[in-house]
Design a protein around this ligand. Structure first.
Ligand SMILES: C[S@@+](CC[C@H](N)C(=O)[O-])C[C@H]1O[C@@H](n2cnc3c(N)ncnc32)[C@H](O)[C@@H]1O
Length: 306
């Protein structure tokens, strides 16, 4: 089972009308959806999106008796299109719980995990062409170093990229454990004690394979168009880059005035589109982190449509 992160916190912020319309952009194992459904009445409607068809089908089978949920296999970056296809003009709440689910991590054949031997894959959407094996074997050493540094925040990115390039010059890198070994050999022993040495590089590859930053950047403006006045946007991030994108987006869209600095009076007539509900991100309590280490880096930010 996937342990939903910041569950009660996110659902209590999200819910404004028990008979309203909601979008769960990241269905996963349906933990958040299940909790939301318990609070909704029969008038309510939920659109649940996931770009992993296998995960969606597994989770959908748990909600067979819930006719007011519409399941959509798609990328949430197509939110506006998904809403109009479903004849929905605006909704009361949108939830985005970024990253991968335990289903994906634990299914070794999907190639997300550095613990299990599998073909290097990491695609959430199996109909997509680009996978981790292609990136590792075809991107230049410099591109690899850059992406491992940026999306993995890995200080040994350059050495890892150099060792990947040296290895693949002799033999194609095919599996998760083959890559994990190359990474291990690139990191000095004293830095290998706490966490698995391949964790950051695998995270970086996953983000690039699935275009995670691109999807997030694309969906944000669409959430504003898709929310009713008073509707809530709840986003859970697991990475500082994602969190910064969300934080800056909220700040920009909550601005009352966009006149250049130094103007004596406001002439822009700009109107804020969002009200920030959580000035600081909501983070999991110690108890949640102890029970679910994946929650460690989670941050929830909530905004309300004006
Ligand atoms: C962290 S899990 C969500 C867990 C879920 N909230 C729960 O309680 O079980 C993230 C899910 O979102 C999906 N996902 C990630 N990025 C997506 C995107 N751009 N579009 C659609 N689904 C996406 C993943 O396939 C995964 O199943």
């Amino acid at each position: 089972m996937h342990d939903p992160v910041l569950l009660s916190e996110s659902i209590s912020f999200l819910l404004t009308d028990p008979g309203g319309i909601y979008v769960d952009c990241t269905l996963g194992g349906g933990g958040h959806l299940n909790c939301l459904m318990e609070e909704l009445n029969n008038e309510a409607r939920v659109i649940a999106i996931d770009k992993d068809e296998t995960v969606m089908n597994q989770t959908r089978s748990r909600f067979i008796n819930k006719p007011n949920i519409t399941f959509v296999y798609d990328d949430f970056k197509n939110l506006s299109h998904i809403l109009s296809q479903n004849n929905v003009a605006a909704v009361d709440g949108i939830l985005i719980d970024l990253g991968v689910s335990s289903f994906q991590l634990d299914e070794s054949s999907r190639g997300f995990s550095y613990h299990n031997e599998a073909t290097l894959d990491m695609r959430m959407d199996l109909n997509q062409e680009l996978d981790a094996k292609y990136i590792v074997n075809h991107y230049s050493e410099q591109q690899l170093s850059q992406l491992i540094f940026t999306y993995g925040e890995e200080r040994f990115a350059r050495t890892i990229a150099r060792n990947i390039a040296a290895y693949r010059a002799i033999k194609e890198i095919e599996t998760t454990l083959e890559l994990a070994e190359i990474i291990k050999s690139s990191i000095p022993a004293r830095y290998k004690r706490d966490k698995h040495p391949a964790r950051k590089t695998f995270q970086a590859l996953r983000i690039v394979v699935n275009g995670e930053m691109d999807s997030l950047n694309q969906v944000l403006p669409q959430t504003i168009e898709g929310l009713k006045s008073g509707g809530r946007l709840c986003i859970i991030t697991f990475h500082s880059l994602e969190d910064r994108i969300v934080k800056q987006f909220y700040q920009q869209r909550a601005l009352e005035c966009i006149c250049p600095p130094g103007m004596p009076v406001c002439t822009c007539n700009h109107q804020a589109e969002l009200k920030i509900i959580t000035r600081k991100p909501v983070i999991p309590k110690d108890e949640e982190i102890n029970n679910n280490p994946r929650a460690r880096s989670a941050k929830l930010r909530v905004a309300e449509r004006r």
